[in-house]
Structures are given as C-alpha cells and as structure tokens.
Design a protein around this ligand. Structure first.
Ligand code: AMP
Length: 183
C-alpha cells in the first residue's frame, strides 16, 4: 500500500499519517521530520535546509528528492509507505512517478481544511517554524507550489478528497473508508 498525504500545512497530515501507517503496517515517511533530524544532527543537508525551513520556503527539489529516494529504497519500505509532506512540487511528483511507475501510488489523500483553522492549528503546535510570519508564508508557498498537485493526481484518478475539518477520529475513519482499509 503506497499512500501520499496531501494538504496544506496544519491540515493534520502528520497525525493521520502516523495512524494510517500503524493500521496498514508500513513506514510513515515524513520529509519534514527527516529534514528536522538533519538540522539537529548538523549534517551538510541540515545546514543547507535550516534557513530555508525557518522562512517557511521549500528546500530545493534535488536535495529533497535524493533524501526521499534513499529512504524508500530501504527494506522496510518494500511493502509500501505513507508519504507525509512529499511531493510538494510538480517536479517532486514527477520524480516519484519516474521511480514508482505511473500506477505505483495507490491513493493520494487530500485533506481539506478552512484557512483560518489551519493558521490556528499551526500557531497552537509551538514548532520553531510556526511563528505567524512563517505560517503565513508556508500557506502562500503551499497555494503556489503544492496545490497544483491536486489537479495532477486527480488527472491520474487516485485523488481521495477528505473533509479534514472533523475530529481526528472522524478524519481517520473517513480516510480508511476512502482507501478501502477496514479498521
Ligand atoms: P513539514 O514538517 O512537512 O511541515 O515540513 C517542514 C518544512 O520542511 C517545510 O516548511 C519545508 O521548508 C521543508 N520540507 C518538508 N518537506 C519538503 C518537501 N517535500 N520539499 C521541500 N521542502 C520540504
């Protein structure tokens, strides 16, 4: 089972991805978490990504694609994965499709949440890149660079649009029904 979580920052992708990964029994692969680990470890990638992330901009495609491809080539990802925060650009989506084949992704779960609720959720998480300016920039970046992926995946017939403005349990049950996994 290979699933992509799509949606604006603050939509609940991470929360849901963890639960789906547990239910399905595949790894949760979150590029934001991987990049934060690289920053904390002070690796070359981390040094390249740090300032970009603190502004809420996107880390360049070549760096993120290389990191993601290495991760999904590991043994534990052979049976599938839940991607959280990747792809975020059309270039990343094309790289994923090149790697997995055109029917390599089973479902793209798109979480829809009203904009005011997103800002409120992000500001309440208290992450270091969740200051008001950065939060607003992340939403602008999402609309410009990531939202076009809704059309991209819809055209491939794998988009599952989910109302993300429900309780976490409600969202989870809706996703499980949409991807055909009983819980
Ligand atoms: P997230 O935890 O998914 O909100 O990601 C936190 C930050 O990491 C983002 O604001 C970006 O700066 C960076 N990031 C995470 N995933 C990607 C990606 N697929 N492409 C580019 N930058 C990313």
């Amino acid at each position: 089972m290979r699933i992509v979580m799509l949606g604006p920052p603050g939509a609940g992708k991470g929360t849901q991805a963890v639960r789906i990964a547990e239910s399905v029994g595949v790894p949760h692969v979150a590029t934001g978490d991987m990049l934060r680990e690289a920053v904390a470890a002070g690796t070359k990638l981390g040094r390249q990504a740090q300032e970009i992330m603190s502004r809420g901009d996107l880390v360049p495609d070549d760096l993120v694609i290389a990191m993601l491809m290495e991760r999904i080539s590991r043994d534990d990802a052979m049976a599938g994965f839940i991607l959280d925060g990747f792809p975020r650009t059309v270039g990343q989506a094309e790289a994923l499709e090149d790697r997995m084949g055109t029917d390599g992704i089973d479902h793209v779960v798109s979480l829809d949440v009203p904009e005011d609720e997103l800002v409120e959720r992000m500001l309440s998480r208290g992450r270091s890149d969740d200051t008001e300016d950065t939060v607003r920039n992340r939403l602008v970046v999402y609309r410009a660079q990531t939202e076009p992926l809704v059309g991209y995946f819809s055209g491939r017939g794998i988009l599952r649009s989910i109302d993300g403005y429900q309780t976490p349990d409600g969202v989870f049950d809706t996703i499980m029904a949409a991807v055909g996994v009983g819980v």
